[in-house]
Design a protein around this ligand. Sequence first.
Ligand code: AMP
Length: 579
Amino acid sequence: MPATPRTAPVTPGFKGLGLGEALVKAVAALGYEEPTPVQTATMPLMLSGRDLIGQAATGTGKTAAFALPMIQRLTETDPPAAGARRASRRATRGLVLVPTRELAMQVAEAVHKYAHGTGVSVVPLYGGASMLQQIRALERGVDIVVATPGRALDHLRRQSLDLSAVAMLVLDEADEMLDMGFAEDIDAILEATPEARQTALFSATMPPRLRAIAERHLRKPERITVQRETPAAGKLPRVRQVAYIVPRAHKAAALQRVLDIESPTSAIVFCRTRLEVDTLVETLNAHGYRAEALHGGMQQRQREAVMRRFRAASADLLVATDVAARGLNIEQLSHVINYDVPSAPEAYIHRIGRTGRAGREGTAITLAEPREHRQLQALERATRQKIEVATLPTVADLRARRLELTSASLREQILAGELDDVRVVVEQLAGEFGILDVAAAAVKLAHSALTGDGEEQELPAAPPPREGRFDRGPRERPEGRAPRERAEGRAPRRAAPSGPTARLFFGAGREAGIRPADLVGAIANEAGISSRDLGAIEITDRFSLVDVPEEAADHIVETMRKTMLRGKKVLVRRDRAGE
Ligand code: AMP
């Protein structure tokens, strides 16, 4: 890997959006080269104190879009004392509400990183963790609280959380919070904050119920949507588009597996940040790939040297940020690989347009995290082409592919001839062993020399129950409950229906008094489905999931929407976890 200087030029983009020096430095240190579209649209508004509604999915850089302005505004104003009771304590002035504890941890971690050097403090509050520890942190005084609504309300009731000085409030993934039944909690929490606060609401979708909440709590909000217009048909590249769904913890291994199977002749792997580029290059090179880094932190001279090596084929792979790859004139890339889903469809189209040129077939591969399905759909809409969601090649696939490569090499060698000097060894051994055994042994040696030992671990096809501490995991995971994947992996309590099934989501659970019998009874009686045909039922505090025969799913949804469960109408829809 080339030595890359860390003294990257200050990003004019972030500065231009109105961020102060400390934060510009913080984002540069994280390797962000330029603001993403949602950041460009959001930050100036947030900094000006306006309320806003942002329609943006995860992965677009939305956390930084609200967290950076929040930190900046909090450093610009003096903290008021937090009530007479504890006059010396720092008042909580920034509040971020999120649907799940994973998200609470992840957003708090991001805020912590961005706030480096500013003195702004943050604490996450979520269910399933020690209340006492959270109370102690709050007693010390924190500037920004990132909380799930349930736990925020718990603290409010115990008076361990004082929101009377909140100046900025963010509702993140608001549609998910509603789906999880947090609407009333949100109302109650917002009532505990000053009316004069600034409020930002982010959501991937805008259902009417959410609009009503926005109308109640936001003042003349500006609207921001990051999904832009789709480009003209003529500008769309024609490439094979494939996506693999990979948990973050397994991305590097998955990339190597994909590279091994695809054997690209020349490829660019796109990453979001410089740090990601450097780390990935190190990992790849440690595993025998010839990868070179290309990012905005490198000097022009270094970048040119990298490009020379790439063109001369002494490097097989470029690992680059968008900024660094811009303006590069590279002919004939066989593959473009997105290590992450790009933050905007335009970036995706720009990236994949680098392959499939001059009438050759190109391949664009995207590694998406389990919760990024929606963004893949946005890319499909933008390119008006299908993205094939493939399963990661297994170790068996890989072995088969490697054997194919070995046999191709042997075929070439046989055709090339010049085997006289080794033929004598074959003749000798043929006196002792069968000729097939001799050949098999030779192939085995050649195979391991050509492809290594191949001691790959099987990669999980679905996300494991828990990844790294700050990985979000699936958004549907309710706070303090068993992780959703475990629920999905459980042995069904009921016999599974024989044909294809669909999972239905009911927006009421244990807290509403729902029991399995209520669900089975209502579906059987109202929709006329035999209880034998229903599959697993999972009831959590706030919602329930029922597996039903696929062919009856829509009918059940329609019927159940009109049916009362425990005296109440509840939200019913197909579960979106697997989308
Ligand atoms: P989010 O949509 O907030 O979940 O962010 C998705 C990912 O993008 C996170 O890993 C961020 O660290 C990263 N990210 C956010 N802003 C930028 C940026 N301007 N440049 C590169 N990466 C970014």
